[in-house]
Design a binder for this molecule. Sequence first.
Ligand code: EPU
Length: 425
Amino acid sequence: MDVFRIQGGARLAGEVYVSGAKNSSLKLMAVALLAPGVTTIHAVPNIVDVTIMAELLRRLGCTVSYDATSETVVIEVPEVIEHRADYDLVRRMRASIAVLGPLVARTGAADVALPGGDAIGSRGLDMHTAGLERMGATVTNEHGYLVVHAPLEGLIGTQVFLDFPSVGATETLLMAGVTANGTTVIDNAAREPEIVDICNMLVRMGAQIEGIGSHLLTITGVSALNPVEYTTVSDRIVAGTWAVAAAITQGDITVHNANPDHLAIALEKLVTAGAIVNKTGTGFRIQMERRPTAIDIATLPYPGFPTDLQPQFIALNAIAEGSAMVTENLFEGRFRFVQELSRLGAEVRTDGHHALIRGRTGLSGAPVEATDIRAGAGLVLAGLVADGETTVHAVDHIDRGYVNFEKQLTLLGADIVRESIADLS
Ligand code: EPU
């Protein structure tokens, strides 16, 4: 396993280009299953999760090729596909659950391994299954697999009210609904830009969806969809991580291929912290000329503050002037990384889903371990401003969400190198 070795203290300045969103690309690859033929998706980031999704699609019968240079995936979907997603792949990537909806829609059945909990929380599937049941499917849990069967005549459009605007459940029901009989209404649907992206691709394929971007999605089932060529929406979480990188290092970063509207609350928070943010033709520029002021945040479904930027903002608060309260409303395990941040001298106390951070004038470099993608990003950002050397272990987590993170940081002026653990002896 690789580590990042960071010498803190550099001010980051320069330009970065953001690729397509991981959390959209992976789902768009699953969407391809809905239409036999050749689907081409651009701006698919070169991360291991894409490799895992490609392997999953191959096992379902597809031919998949990925070109890392052009970031393009080509998926050839046969008329007849398999319907089983094995534990060895689902265990490695929770997003594998994205094939659930398309499999039931295409084949009338799905055997998908239960992903289980992970480092950020328990991550249930009850809303996915309750929605499919309302559409007429039977769902059982057999030997660690979710076994789903649609009625012989196919899924039946109905009204589904989600208890919570779950991203995953909205996606499953959307993909199940596009070819169901009749009209499916998803009330309290998630509104994330990645959901909009999936809707836009589905519409391009011939689906009929109203209310895109709202909490009420009305889907009129069509008999078949056509394969298309599509480009993934840019990754707002990667763009937001660059914004915090500028703020925490008192730097000046221009972020290209980013949509500042997708980051409205996060950028507004950074302005409150003292940053200067300006939209550009291709994204935004963020400058910070003083020590940041501590800022309270509370994570919520989009358009609320994204949970995937919460660790990065805790890192910012750790060196800010004043104290801040961070409330995590989505994933109960997301404060696990606070223990690691404390190794750098951060003063953070957690109580349930609240974290109280007292900003310090400096952090002190130390070895730390990334527990998930975003925790890893937060620790790297903290390491950039810590005194001396910080070694971030388990960077394979970070690699799952950030392509060439250390190379891009180096281009911005950071002192960071990747080393394999064997080199450290
Ligand atoms: N939940 C349930 N039952 C369900 C579905 C969700 O209890 O049937 C709960 C979850 O346990 C969690 C909360 O609802 O506590 C939110 O879950 P949601 O379904 O909205 O999230 P997700 O689809 O599992 C995606 C992203 C996450 C991102 C969240 C929220 C992917 C692959 N993952 O997860 O991304 O944090 O939405 O925006 O799209 C990441 O990229 O680092 C990451 C974790």
